[in-house]
Design a protein around this ligand. Structure first.
Ligand SMILES: CC(C)(COP(=O)(O)OP(=O)(O)OC[C@H]1O[C@@H](n2cnc3c(N)ncnc32)[C@H](O)[C@@H]1OP(=O)(O)O)[C@@H](O)C(=O)NCCC(=O)NCCS
Length: 189
């Protein structure tokens, strides 16, 4: 499976920019993802999240997944200061043969509450449909993650239902709400 390319040029709407992670982002990435809301909803392990987890993921595993064509992670940064990290975004569970992928995102506490996640999803959606030939984008989140469900709704995704016991999560299994977006949906145009 071919590796996933980094967007070139970087994806931006003039407020939010999505670019490749840089080694210098480490401290901001760790601080942002250590936030309680990210830990509650986006960290599925039963172990506490540590700097070592981030170093392993950012150092090797993330790049290996990109090279296998399965996933790509991008930094969400402030367009007016591209060194200022607002959060992380990804296309993951990409299956080229079936033209299907998922979008993921998290924001540091200081970057929330002003539409940055919706802007991020808008950029990922256009890029996935036009450059990656994705035919169906999925978004899944915990049934109690109302903020993320609002982001899905505001981004024009359709709620399809509940995936029961969908994922290993914090030592058990978690249900997920499933949303999807197609290139032919009004929000994609
Ligand atoms: C999901 C996330 C990225 C959304 O960030 P955001 O863009 O700043 O979202 P906002 O704070 O603007 O809220 C978006 C919507 O959710 C609503 N919302 C926010 N927190 C909420 C809560 N605790 N309960 C119910 N609704 C909530 C807001 O009112 C807003 O609704 P609106 O569209 O009707 O105005 C952010 O909450 C986050 O980083 N969460 C932790 C990681 C995570 O959950 N990632 C997604 C995994 S699926």
């Amino acid at each position: 499976m071919p590796e996933l390319p980094f967007p070139d040029p970087e994806l931006t709407d003039g407020v939010v920019t999505l670019r490749a992670w840089r080694p210098s982002d480490h401290a901001q990435r760790f601080a942002g993802f250590s936030d309680p809301l990210c830990q509650r909803f986006s960290w599925g392990s039963s172990e506490p999240f540590t700097e070592q987890h981030q170093l392993s993921w950012a150092g090797e595993e993330e790049e290996a997944a990109r090279k296998r064509g399965e996933a790509i992670g991008l930094a969400i940064v402030d367009t007016s200061d591209r060194g200022r990290v607002w959060g992380g975004a990804s296309i993951y569970d990409f299956t080229v043969a079936e033209g299907r992928a998922r979008v993921g995102y998290w924001l540091a506490g200081h970057a929330r509450g002003r539409g940055n996640a919706t802007r991020t999803v808008g950029l990922l959606v256009r890029w996935a449909f036009t450059e990656l030939a994705v035919a169906r984008l999925e978004l899944t989140c915990g049934p109690d993650n109302r903020a993320s469900q609002r982001v899905a709704e505001r981004s024009g995704f359709t709620r399809e239902g509940l995936l029961r016991a969908h994922l290993p999560f914090k030592g058990g299994r978690r249900d997920s709400v499933l949303f999807s977006l197609l290139p032919t949906d009004p929000a994609s145009r």
